[in-house]
Design a binder for this molecule. Structure first.
Ligand code: MLT
Length: 264
């Protein structure tokens, strides 16, 4: 079922009476990034995913986004659907949103699953890279930027052996509203650092990282793992930054084990 909440496209499936898993996608993707997990876990859970403002089918408006406004949107979905302490699952930019949400409103969640993400804010080099991305989109349109960015997100195996899927993902993101994509880049560039809050996370947390993730590598995620009290860490072989798409079986198993272990 699709619902519009706060102008955003929100997708709800599974058992309405069950506990909720709330999925927040990465950049520059949309809610379908989590499709394999939604298909698997909607057998037992209520699954809610949505298109982040400016991406997928959610409108870009004026493109003036911040990580704060992204968390406001997440909270609006929680409130509108009256979700009772869902399990928050975020990948990369969805992880930045999740980490900031855990800093602001941790009590509203029962557990967190953080995939291929980091708590550190962008350093100067990272900020300049984002600015160069915006300049490139203005000059060349969205498609060349999307192609290069998404290519870096996936490991060699997926790019070579799942070529059709890979190209379909690039083609889809290339059609997004450039205003929304640039707005997301600005929101990531200006986000705060949530590292200081990691020690205050006291809900069960699963960290998942692709073996070949070069954007948020394992060394960074292992540092986060050591700082979070009730954390588990799973390395996903044969995957880059997009673990839920690249190795869905293993990601689903890791999530299932985590849910069972924590009686969720
Ligand atoms: C993502 O997958 O959301 C992005 O790689 C995050 C980023 O660019 O920092």
């Amino acid at each position: 079922m699709k619902k519009i909440i706060n102008d955003l496209s929100v997708y709800i499936s599974g058992n309405n009476e069950s506990k909720t898993m709330l999925f927040v996608h990465g950049f520059p993707f949309d809610h379908t990034m989590w499709q394999t997990q939604v298909d698997e876990f909607s057998k037992d859970f209520k699954c809610v995913s949505y298109d982040i403002r400016g991406l997928g089918e959610s409108p870009a408006g004026d493109g003036q986004f911040t990580m704060e406004s992204f968390v406001d949107d997440l909270e609006a979905i929680l409130n509108e659907l009256k979700l009772n302490r869902p399990i928050l699952c975020g990948l990369s930019m969805g992880g930045y949103i999740s980490l900031r949400a855990l800093e602001r409103i941790q009590e509203k969640f029962s557990a967190a699953i953080l995939c291929d993400t980091k708590s550190e804010a962008d350093n100067n080099e990272g900020k300049l890279k984002r600015a160069a991305g915006i300049k490139r989109i203005n000059k060349e349109g969205l498609a060349p930027f999307a192609k290069d960015f998404i290519t870096n997100c996936f490991g060699e195996d997926f790019r070579q052996n799942k070529k059709i899927n890979f190209e379909r993902i690039i083609a889809k993101s290339s059609q997004f509203n450039p205003v929304g994509v640039k707005g997301s880049l600005l929101a990531m560039l200006s986000r705060s650092d949530t590292t200081m809050n990691l020690g205050k996370i006291n809900i069960p947390t699963l960290l998942i990282c692709g073996e070949q993730d070069t954007l948020t590598p394992q060394s960074i995620m292992k540092d986060m793992f050591h700082k979070i009290n009730k954390a588990d860490f799973v390395e996903v072989p044969n995957a880059g930054h997009m673990t839920p798409i690249e190795n869905p079986q293993l990601v689903n198993k890791a999530i299932r084990d985590f849910l069972i272990k924590n009686k969720l």
